[in-house]
Write a protein that binds this ligand. Structure first.
Ligand code: CA
Length: 255
């Protein structure tokens, strides 16, 4: 699993980790260089199977996904991720116009695309746009639900059993971010980068404080699970007795 494998330059991933899936070394190098210069952490893989593995293990903030790959092509990679309810933002790189039609026609939840040859500057700008939009709504859903909790992305209202709970903008972004990818464990650094939009070595406490505030407001309806020494995730359906279950879940999730 992840424990033995780290992103190659995680420490520089101030704007999040980007997984580049590209079989042409020259293009991969160009992307790596430009993305790093723009403040992203970069991991490069060269085929579709490796892309699926790396997405599951590294949980990147986004994929830059070439369509023409050996083995499983980029479109199939995206289709399989979506089938697993993985909505990691995808920026496709296409070589042919007819591939654009395929991307758009299949409703894969592609977030954007660029065509080869592309300017690295434009690609980095597109990626920034994708990540900004995804922070608003990555699933296409208007509501995120977990048991009695409903997070309405349109009205920005949080309710438990239909009763509105007052959330600050940051608390709202935090709970929405976790619920968009239920079951996915986010590190404090990832949450800082993806919810707050910055990285800081001293920022873990900020995340903890906001999680505590969200939990206090939601009480038993809170879907947030602590994964000890890793971070936090949200469950699609909280267990019936969170008081007792919390401890057991923490233990079973600990590595
Ligand atoms: Ca290719």
């Amino acid at each position: 699993m992840v424990a033995t494998r780290r992103p190659t330059d995680e420490s520089s991933a101030q704007r999040g980790l980007v997984l580049v899936v590209e079989d042409e070394p020259a293009i991969a190098d160009l992307l790596r260089l430009n993305l790093r210069a723009a403040g992203y952490g970069v991991e490069v893989v060269r085929d579709g199977a490796a892309a699926l593995r790396a997405t599951r293990e590294l949980r990147p903030s986004a994929l830059i996904l070439d369509i023409g790959l050996p083995g499983i092509d980029g479109i199939e990679v995206c289709r399989r991720l979506r089938a697993e309810n993985d909505w990691t933002p995808v920026l496709f790189v296409t070589a042919r116009d007819d591939e654009i039609d395929r991307i758009l026609g299949l409703e894969l939840g592609a977030d954007d695309y660029v065509t080869k040859p592309f300017s690295p500057r434009e690609l980095v700008a597109r990626l920034g746009g994708v990540l900004r939009r995804v922070r608003r709504d990555s699933t296409g859903a208007e509501q995120l639900r977990s048991g009695r909790l409903v997070v309405d992305l349109t009205s920005h209202v949080v309710t438990v059993d239909g009763v509105e709970i007052a959330f600050t903008a940051t608390e709202f972004d935090l709970i929405a971010h976790l619920l968009r990818r239920p079951g996915v464990v986010f590190t404090r650094e990832q949450l800082l980068s993806e919810v707050w939009g910055y990285a800081s070595t001293a920022g873990g406490r900020t995340v903890d404080v906001h999680v505590a505030q969200v939990r206090a407001k939601l009480g038993d309806a809170s879907p947030i699970r602590t994964v000890r020494s890793v971070g936090y995730s949200a469950e699609r359906a909280p267990r019936e007795s969170p008081g007792n279950a919390g401890k057991a879940r923490t233990l079973e999730s600990d590595r």
